[in-house]
Design a protein around this ligand. Structure first.
Ligand code: UDP
Length: 387
C-alpha cells in the first residue's frame, strides 16, 4: 500500500508541512505525512471555539520574520493581516507596557524620562556582568534588580519551573528592552498573521496530489511498515525516536483554559502577563490578533506544567549535553538510513515558527543534495523491517 512513498514525514506541523510541500512540488516525490494528532498544523493549530471565536488551541502564535523571501514563499498559501502584537505586564495591580520601554520605566520609577535619561537610569540600575552566563545575569545586566524581580523572576520560575540562573541567557534574551515608546512585542521587520488562520495555511501547503496525510497515526508503528525510497523526516521528540536510550530530555508543557466571556473585549491587548499573581503566566485574547469581529470573546489562561505534551525544550547546559548525545545518534541515522531530524522537538531548540520553517527549507535542500549524490544506495534497500 505504501511501496511508492519517496519521502516519509513524521509530524504535520510547520516543519513537516514545509518539507512535504517542497518535496512534492519541486521534486515531484510521493510524500506520506504521518501525524499523531487528529489535525494538521502542529502547535500552530487554530480552530473555532464553540462560542464561534477563533482560538489558537496551543497558545498564541505571533508570526514574525525578518526574511522577506520566507514571507514570499508562505504568501503562496495565505494572505496576511497586520500583526497586532501588544503585550502588557500586570505588576502590583497596574498594567505596564512589556517589553520594558520608556513608558514602562516612567510608570515604574514615577518620573518623566526621555531616551537619554532612561539610558542613564538603566545604567545606574544595571548589575555589571562581563559575559552573562544565564538568564538572571542577562536581565540583571540589562535592567537591574528591581525590574528583574518585578517582571522576570517569578514569570520565569512559573514558566520553566526553574530559576533564571539555571536557564541560558537566550531565554530571557528573547525579550528586548527599549529606550523608545515602541510597544510591539517583537522587533521583526514583518509582523503578520495568516488571514484565514494557521490551519488554513498549512492545509493549503499539503493540498497536492503527491501528498497523502494520515491523521491519528502512530509513527512508531507506521515507520516500521513504510520504507521510503528516498528519505524520512522526523519532527517529533528526538529522545522518543531513540527510545530514551540516554534518558528523557526535559520539556515544558502547558495547560490551556479557554474562558468565553459575554463582552466584546475582556482586556486591552492580546496578551497580559502575570509574573507575580495567579498560577497562570499569561491571559491571551485572540481577537486582538485575528481581528475577528464578534460580540463575545474568549480568553485563554496558560498554566505551565512539567508533564503533558512537550511544547518547549528547556534551554539549559545540562540538557544541551544530553541532547548532544542524541544528536550524534541522529547524525548516524541520517547517514545510514536517511532519517533527517528537524524542528523544535527533533533539534531540541527553542525555534519561533519562522525559524522552524527556515530550518525545514534547509533540511529539504540537504535531502535534495544528498539524494542527488551518486554514492547512495536507496534508503529502502538499507532499512530493516522488524518482524
Ligand atoms: N519572560 C519574563 N517575563 C515576561 C515575559 C517573558 O520573565 O513577562 C521571560 C520568560 O522566561 C519567558 C522568556 O522571557 O519564557 C521568553 O518570553 P516569550 O514571551 O518570548 O516566551 P514564549 O512566547 O516563547 O513562551
Amino acid at each position: 500500500m505504501f511501496d511508492d512513498v519517496d519521502l516519509l514525514v513524521c509530524g504535520a506541523g510547520p516543519v513537516g508541512c514545509t518539507v512535504a510541500e517542497r518535496a512534492a512540488h519541486v521534486l515531484g516525490w510521493n510524500v506520506l505525512v504521518v501525524e499523531r494528532r487528529a489535525h494538521l498544523a502542529g502547535n500552530c493549530f487554530d480552530s473555532m471555539h464553540p462560542s464561534g471565536i477563533r482560538i489558537h488551541n496551543y497558545g498564541p502564535h505571533y508570526f514574525r520574520t525578518n526574511d522577506e523571501k520566507l514571507l514570499r514563499y508562505l504568501s503562496r498559501f495565505t494572505d496576511w493581516i497586520p500583526g497586532n502584537y501588544i503585550v502588557k505586564s500586570s505588576v502590583g495591580g497596574r498594567l505596564y507596557p512589556f517589553p520594558i520601554n520608556l513608558t514602562t520605566l516612567e510608570q515604574f520609577f514615577g518620573k518623566k524620562l526621555d531616551s537619554a535619561a532612561a539610558e542613564r537610569l538603566l545604567h545606574e540600575k544595571q548589575v555589571p556582568v562581563a559575559v552573562p552566563r544565564n538568564s538572571e545575569e542577562f536581565v540583571l545586566s540589562k535592567v537591574g534588580r528591581e525590574l528583574y524581580e518585578s517582571f522576570y523572576l517569578n514569570y520565569t520560575l512559573k514558566q520553566w519551573g526553574r530559576h533564571p540562573r539555571e536557564l541560558a541567557p537566550s531565554v530571557c534574551g528573547r525579550v528586548p528592552v527599549r529606550l523608545s515608546r515602541d510597544e510591539r512585542y517583537v522587533d521583526h521587520r514583518f509582523q503578520v498573521m495568516p488571514k484565514d488562520g494557521f490551519t488554513a495555511l498549512f492545509t493549503r501547503m499539503l493540498r497536492h496530489r503527491k501528498i497523502r496525510v494520515l491523521l491519528d497515526a502512530d509513527f512508531s508503528e507506521l515507520g516500521r511498515l513504510v520504507r521510503p525510497r528516498q528519505a524520512t523526516v522526523y519532527t517529533g521528540p528526538i529522545d522518543a525516536y531513540f527510545d530514551y536510550s540516554f534518558g528523557p530530555l526535559p520539556y515544558r508543557s502547558l495547560q490551556f483554559d479557554f474562558v468565553a466571556k459575554p463582552v466584546e473585549f475582556a482586556q486591552p491587548c492580546v496578551q497580559i502577563n502575570y509574573p507575580n499573581e495567579h498560577a497562570w503566566t499569561r491571559s491571551v485574547e485572540f481577537k486582538h490578533v485575528t481581528r475577528q469581529r464578534h460580540p463575545h470573546t474568549v480568553v485563554c489562561h496558560e498554566t505551565p506544567q512539567a508533564t503533558g505534551e512537550p511544547y518547549y525544550p528547556v534551554p539549559a547546559p545540562a540538557h544541551q549535553q544530553l541532547y548532544e548525545r542524541y544528536r550524534e545518534r541522529a547524525a548516524e541515522a541520517t547517514n545510514e538510513e536517511q532519517v533527517y531530524f528537524c524542528g523544535r522537538l527533533a533539534q531540541y531548540r527553542y525555534f519561533n515558527t519562522d525559524e522552524a520553517i527556515l530550518e525545514a527549507l534547509q533540511c529539504f535542500e540537504r535531502i535534495r543534495r544528498d539524494c542527488a549524490a551518486p554514492r547512495r544506495q536507496s534508503a529502502s534497500s538499507r532499512r530493516l523491517v522488524p518482524a
